[in-house]
Design a protein around this ligand. Structure first.
Ligand code: HPA
Length: 272
């Protein structure tokens, strides 16, 4: 069982480096059912993550374990299809391990997508929201434990956790900005939890993302998060029950629009 420490990540990144032509500048990390974005990647090489030493194992529906390397608009990108969730029983160290590894490959920015429930009742199901900040209600933090100073300092700043420049690009594309509250899952939230998160200032509820955002910030990697509000959060529409099928269907419908947004972000990064 790997400890997901620095030397484990070095071993994983060395394995990946054998397959990729040049160091990726931008990583795309995609969530539930949002894997279609891979179709945008040119000159692509696919790496089966089950072959990568120390890589955690997948179990969530809609999360294929693949890494795709190639270019979009001439920019070197690496896409991680599917990721690891705390609710799967992975340790937080395993959840952020892919972010640690891509940092070693030289990634400077991450574009991350996820699915969430809309707490803000001015949002509609299927809308894509740019995350501007988060509230960590997962009850833990991925940096707990002895500090690996080669990776990050003990107390990383989170003041501008979501890259302002990329957020400005997303606003110019007409996306609303919202605050994401992360719960551990896997049960969906109760209506009271959703109400509480709304009172605390959250617009979206989800079960992922915050660990990766913390890890990226700690290592000085810029990150932007596109959240597909696949459903209204529990209790926002009284009596309506939530299903994972609704989440997967919503993600599928949003996938084309998300691809367009990611393309615009990459074009922006190219001329930055
Ligand atoms: N809550 C938490 N996570 C989610 C939801 C939700 O309503 N929808 C999709 N992911």
């Amino acid at each position: 069982m790997p400890e997901y420490n620095y030397s484990d990540a070095e071993e994983s990144s060395q394995y990946i480096k054998q397959f990729i032509k040049s160091n990726p500048q931008t990583a795309i990390i995609s969530g539930s059912g949002l894997g279609d974005i891979a179709d945008m990647i040119q000159d692509s090489i696919t790496i089966d993550t089950t072959k990568i030493p120390n890589w955690p194992k997948h179990s969530a529906p809609g999360h294929e374990g693949k890494i795709i390397s190639g270019t979009i608009e001439g920019r070197n990108v690496i896409m991680l299809q599917g990721r690891f969730h705390y609710y799967e029983g992975h340790s937080m160290k395993a959840v952020i391990f892919p972010v640690r590894v891509i940092a070693m490959l030289g990634v400077k920015e991450i574009i991350l997508t996820n699915a969430s429930g809309a707490i803000n009742d001015s949002y509609h199901a299927g809308e894509i929201i740019a995350v501007k900040d988060h509230i960590n209600l997962m009850g833990t933090n991925p940096l707990i434990g002895p500090n690996e100073s080669k990776w990050n300092e003990r107390f990383p700043d989170m003041t501008n956790a979501y890259d302002k420049k990329m957020l400005n690009v997303l606003s110019s594309l007409g996306l609303k900005q919202g605050v994401y509250a992360a719960f551990s899952g896997p049960s969906f939230e109760t209506p009271s939890e959703v109400r509480m998160a709304g009172i605390l200032g959250a617009d979206l509820a989800g079960m992922s993302t915050v660990p990766e955002v913390i890890a990226a910030n700690a290592m000085g990697i810029r990150i932007t998060v596109l959240s597909c509000a696949t459903n209204m959060a529990a209790g926002i529409q009284p009596e309506k029950r939530l299903t994972v099928q609704e989440v997967l269907d919503g993600s599928k419908r949003a996938s084309e629009k998300l691809s367009g947004i990611i393309m615009s972000l990459i074009k922006y990064l190219n001329q930055e």
